[in-house]
Ligand binder design. Structure first.
Ligand code: ZN
Length: 409
């Protein structure tokens, strides 16, 4: 049996646990140490540290203080790891905690984080998803169930000081280009809610003031939210500090490409069973700047899709130049309009796109002026036939079940 090196108690607040942290900084002390070749298990909180509850109100999604996220388990020191190495991480297995067999998906209020379609869904909403072994379904989104493609939304190694300073500088400069934007362009360091694991004493204030927020993916990986980084994957991370300092959290039971709802995929507390190894000097040997990974040999098989196209012309009819962000948004909006014809609310359809094993593809980025993106909606996850036909769509969803919504205060 692999040892559980980090435990989390879901009945206690995450900031009381000194084996977790919510900022990136090279001076956060290692929570524990392992050797190359070791197998071990880390338990994790959900990304909000348990703030979002299994109930029928979206008030928690509306009221959450996003400066508190993400609660990550680690950093785990790896003996012998040095800057320039590659840390090889095998995700041997991932699961939900037995006392927490459920997850959440939601949309943040536009005034508090927003999401990919925040102009269309500006109020906080939530759906709860129950786990039945490898499958999930929701009391708030009827007519759909699917197998989980379980993965960590967030995993990566500590930055060195030079890289940390570069992150903070470029993001603070970026915020300054549009300081009053809602939602903001990025999140600067914020000391008040920094949780720095075992760090104590005088160093704490400095690290809290400098620690990078965990929301964006960066050169080290971090919050990449890649659904295919699932159990069975092998990841190769750049190492920047002695001991590497591997941290993981933000586990997802399932997610569609893009994690478009932002709060988020099907978010859950759980555990990761992993093994680490090193490729000495691997960054230079393979020309690695960002992590690379090998996918799992096991994935749910959904091989029939309806594929929605989107182009880089926005909702107001404005032309954008080869803009994949605009094009994917149009593909998602087209899928939502289609699902509404079967009786889903727009929110329920949005929740399906954010949580189900939906594929997103960049299809064309050269045919001026329009980029083309596609959204692949698996048909086999529905309890009924969603294919187009001459007879027209049948309203299988009667509207009696809705997702909780909490208007802004
Ligand atoms: Zn997440």
């Amino acid at each position: 049996m692999a040892d559980t090196l980090i435990k989390v108690d879901l009945s206690k607040p995450a900031p009381s646990n000194e084996m977790v942290h919510n900022r990136w900084h090279p001076d956060i002390p290692m929570a524990c140490w392992v050797k190359p070749g070791d197998e071990f298990i880390l338990e994790t909180y959900d990304w909000t540290g348990g703030f979002i509850k299994n109930n029928d109100s979206a008030d928690d999604v509306r009221d959450i203080d996003l400066s508190t996220v993400h609660y990550l388990s680690g950093p785990v020191g790896v003996k012998g790891a040095e800057p320039g190495d590659l840390l090889v991480v095998d995700l041997l297995d991932i699961g939900a905690k037995q006392d927490s067999l459920w997850g959440f998906n939601g949309f943040f209020s536009k005034k508090n984080g927003g999401g990919f379609l925040t102009d269309h869904f500006p109020q906080a909403q939530k759906s709860i998803w129950d786990f039945h072994g490898m499958f999930t379904s929701s009391r708030h989104v009827p007519g759909v169930q699917y197998a989980g493609l379980i993965h960590p939304g967030l995993i990566g190694c500590l930055p060195d000081k030079k890289m940390l300073d570069m992150w903070n500088e470029r993001e603070v400069d970026f915020i300054a280009t549009q300081p009053d934007r809602v939602p903001p362009l990025a999140n600067p360091p914020f000391a008040a809610t920094a949780h720095l694991g075992k760090l104590t004493g005088d160093a704490k204030a400095k690290v809290a003031a400098e620690g990078a927020r965990t929301v964006p993916p960066r050169e080290h990986g971090g919050n990449c939210d890649i659904k295919d980084l699932s159990r069975g994957s092998k990841i190769f991370f750049p190492v920047y500090v002695d001991g590497a300092g591997l941290s993981v959290g933000d586990l997802h039971f399932s997610q569609g490409d893009g994690e478009i709802t932002f709060c988020g995929a099907i978010e859950m507390a759980g555990w990761v069973h992993m093994r680490v190894n090193l490729i000495k000097g691997g960054m230079a040997k393979y020309g690695i700047k960002n992590p690379i990974f090998k996918p799992s040999p096991i994935t749910p098989t959904y091989n029939d899709y309806i594929i929605f196209e989107g182009i880089s012309v926005d909702e107001q009819g404005k032309q954008h130049y080869l803009d994949v962000h605009v094009a994917y948004r149009q593909a998602c909006l087209n899928a939502i309009e289609y699902l509404k014809k079967f009786g889903y609310s727009g929110a329920q359809a949005y929740s399906i796109l954010g949580t189900a094993p939906v594929q997103g593809h960049i299809s064309g980025v050269v045919d001026i002026p329009n980029a083309c993106a596609t959204l692949w909606l698996p048909t086999q996850i529905f309890d009924f036939d969603i294919n187009p036909s001459a007879a027209g769509p049948v309203k299988h969803i009667d509207g009696s079940v809705q997702m909780p919504l909490s208007p802004d205060k």
